[in-house]
Every structure is written in structure tokens, then in C-alpha cells.
Unconditional design. Structure first.
Length: 80
């Protein structure tokens, strides 16, 4: 089982979302970003884009992976 990185750049997380087929649905003036994928559960999901530094901490990343209904190994494979 591969370990999660202690920090992950937001752009790398977004790349995984695109690999899963998610597209940005709504980006308002705040940090909330909503993504949609009608072919996958959850169909609609919202994440908080981090501010400076533009990275996700390990705890947040763990929560986001859980919300995407992925295992750690599945996420790490998509991250490669």
C-alpha cells in the first residue's frame, strides 16, 4: 500500500478529478469548486480549493479521497 503525499498541489488533485471524468461545474467568487460527472457517483461534488500555499494537507486529501469513494491505492494509481 502506497503512502499518500504529505502535501499535494491542487493542480495535481484537479488532474485526478479530470482522470475520473469530472468537469468543473461551478467556480464562484469563493474557494468552493463544484465538479460534475453524470457517469459516476457522486455525480456532483464540491471541494474547497486551498489558498496560499495552493496545496492540500494529508488530512484534507484523505477526506477528499473518501468523498470520491476511492481507496488510497486507486487514488495513487490515478495520480501517477
Amino acid at each position: 500500500m502506497e503512502k499518500l503525499p504529505s502535501q499535494l498541489a491542487w493542480r495535481d488533485f484537479e488532474r485526478v478529478l479530470r482522470e475520473l471524468g469530472y468537469q468543473l461545474h461551478k467556480a464562484g467568487t469563493g474557494a468552493a469548486r463544484t465538479y460534475v460527472n453524470l457517469g459516476r457517483e457522486p455525480n456532483l461534488i464540491t471541494f474547497h480549493e486551498p489558498h496560499s500555499p495552493n496545496t492540500l494537507a494529508k488530512g484534507t486529501l484523505r477526506e477528499y479521497i473518501r468523498r470520491l469513494q476511492l481507496s488510497r491505492d486507486e487514488f495513487m494509481e490515478l495520480l501517477r
